[in-house]
Ligand binder design. Structure first.
Ligand SMILES: [Zn+2]
Ligand SMILES: [Zn+2]
Length: 577
């Protein structure tokens, strides 16, 4: 039976995440996983933080904390944000703490080496004799050979944005101690990507069905592919396997190499925790597995080219990605998200004032699926007010409050003699409805969110046409049938909503007096006249409360003013810019 192994890009444990990250690689994955699971599919959702590399060692040294402490802090901060927006992984780990990670990464290296897909090359690198270590590019500063800026970084000049090689500095300095490093020879291992391309990857990529924004990009990459270094001279990372021939002292795997292996090592961690350590192989090496990588577009080369090349080169039976739904970039109010420039939404403040479930829904309706898109406060307001509050919230509360008042809190029965006629009106005269899951399975999350609202509008039209509030005075039996029918449709809505807004859907489910988790009922089959009611009649309603408070213009104006204020403050602060 087909199973779905779903991953989201491992966030780098070097800072907080923002809504752009959330909507790019995590929220669509979460909705996908929840939907498939309600449809009875076997799904595993794997994520955790990427915790090695120079950006992390520099960040930790700047803060004066040990590396493990530094990454643990960000791992927790990031997880906290995911928890706030109800993103639920089956396993959440980190590449420096997952007990299986180093061994599996070394196994990848050893297999790829043994199979002849690694090259060794001797290169020159700067070495600090004071600190007794090779200096990775960002540990070197010097004068930019291109523009003359005196404090250029070894990988990039902050003034002219040129990519730099630290060996090109006339006056290199060690960033840690300030002394002048010397050139030394060092050996590194390279993944022979051209060989993998010629033997396999080229054909596989050409024959794979990619999202249009991914396909073109990847095919261009194939032409320019070069061997890529997979080791570095530094201490923070996964050491090379002891069995490697050559001088491996002081070397670790390059962070880009060990990071994607985290998907598999975290799966091992999950399987061990479940008490079935061997089970990870079923997920990674059985052809019934569909491996789906949710990522932002900056990660396309790794997930469509480099990681498949690694998986293939192990010759160890790993499945290759089945689909890579990469998103474009997500901005904030016309500009890129930037914490240092103050152009951001402080999430703790956000969640104190707004509903995280409404944010989930707005993010999905504005997701950068086919082109760049953005968080816009006015659009958030109108999504919240017109779609969530009016189409869903108002429908649910006015129907259920009326039932509460006039039927002693019990959902009335739809009389046999009304059923066929009410079904005809609902299914044929109140507008089109559809199955949001069909769009989710096609990775069209914006369309899926729209479908949910269209389905809610069907019930709004039905209620407006049949006006049970007035009917109750003239024909109470018919009013009862109408309200019963509405309640049943709300029961469908709650289940259709569950992947999008899990907490709100559960709240509606409980208001309907239904027991257990809304998801336990499974994904609803497409409703059809005569056979669609699930038998809510007779249920005792739970407490009926408002679902989506409306946002007023003043709030929105204040948010935009606060955003601009933060940007201005950042510009005027000495460390800003
Ligand atoms: Zn420069
Ligand atoms: Zn030094």
């Amino acid at each position: 039976m087909t199973r779905y192994l779903v991953t989201s890009a491992l966030p780098y444990a070097n800072g907080p995440i923002h809504f752009g990250h959330v909507v790019g690689a995590y929220l669509p994955a979460d909705v996908y996983v929840r939907t498939l699971r309600m449809q009875g599919e076997e799904v595993l959702y794997v994520c955790g933080t990427d915790e090695h590399g120079v950006a992390i060692t520099i960040g930790a040294e700047k803060d004066g904390v040990p590396y493990p402490e530094y990454v643990a802090r960000w791992r927790d901060v990031i997880k906290h944000t995911f928890d706030r927006v109800s993103i639920a992984f089956d396993v959440w780990s980190g590449t420096s703490v997952c007990p299986q990670h180093a061994a599996l990464s070394q196994d990848f290296f050893a297999r790829i080496d043994r199979n002849g897909y690694l090259l060794q090359r001797e290169t020159e690198q700067l070495y600090c004799t004071t600190d007794a270590k090779f200096l990775a590019d960002r540990y070197v500063t010097g004068t930019c050979p291109s523009c003359g800026f005196e404090a250029a970084r070894g990988d990039e000049c902050p003034r002219c944005a040129k990519w730099l090689n630290p060996l090109d500095f006339a006056d290199p300095r060690c960033k840690v101690c300030g002394s002048r490093p010397e050139r030394r020879r060092t050996t590194h291992w390279y993944l022979d990507l051209p060989k993998v391309r010629d033997e396999f990857l080229g054909t596989w990529i050409a024959s794979h069905a990619w999202k249009p924004n991914v396909g073109t990009f990847v095919e261009n990459q194939m032409k320019e592919i070069e061997p890529r270094p997979i080791t570095r001279d530094m201490s923070w990372g996964v050491p090379l396997p002891a069995s490697t021939s050559g001088d491996i002292s002081g070397k670790v795997l390059y962070v880009w190499f060990d990071a994607p292996i985290g998907y598999a090592s975290f799966t091992q961690e999950w399987a061990a925790r479940e008490g079935r350590p061997g089970d990870w192989q079923r997920w990674w090496k059985d052809t019934d597995t569909r491996l789906v990588h949710f990522i932002g577009k900056d990660n396309i080369p790794f997930h469509c080219v480099v990681f498949p090349a690694m998986l293939f080169a192990t010759q160890d039976g790993y499945v290759l990605p089945w689909h890579v739904p990469a998103n474009e970039f997500y901005n904030l109010q016309g500009r890129k998200f930037s914490t240092s420039q103050g152009w951001t939404i402080p999430l703790d403040e956000f969640f104190a004032r707004y509903d995280a479930q409404a944010a989930r829904f707005y993010l999905l309706t504005s997701a950068p699926e086919t082109k760049d898109s953005e968080w816009n406060w006015k659009d958030f307001q109108s999504c919240n007010n017109a779609q969530l509050a009016d189409a869903i919230g108002n429908l649910v509360t006015r129907v259920l409050k009326f039932v509460d008042k006039h039927y002693a809190g019990h959902i009335p029965v739809c009389a046999r003699e009304h059923e066929a006629e009410l079904d005809r009106v609902l299914f044929h005269e109140c507008g089109a409805f559809g199955d949001p899951a069909e769009h989710v399975r096609a990775f069209k999350f914006r369309r899926a969110a729209e479908q949910l609202i269209e389905n809610a509008r069907v019930a709004n039209v039905f209620v407006d046409r049949l006006a049970p509030w007035t009917l109750q005075k003239t024909d109470p039996a018919r009013a009862a049938s109408v309200l019963s029918t509405c309640a049943e449709w709300i029961g469908y809505l709650a289940r259709w909503m569950a992947p999008f807004m899990p907490e709100k859907s559960q709240a509606i489910w409980e208001m309907l007096g239904a027991t257990g988790a809304v998801t336990s009922r499974g994904w609803p089959a497409r409703p059809a006249p005569g056979s669609w009611r699930i038998g809510l009649a007779g249920s005792k309603l739970g407490a009926v409360a408002g679902l989506f408070p409306k946002l007023d213009d003043k709030q929105v104006a204040a948010e935009i003013a606060a955003l601009e204020g933060r940007a201005e403050a950042a510009q005027n602060s000495p460390s800003g810019g």
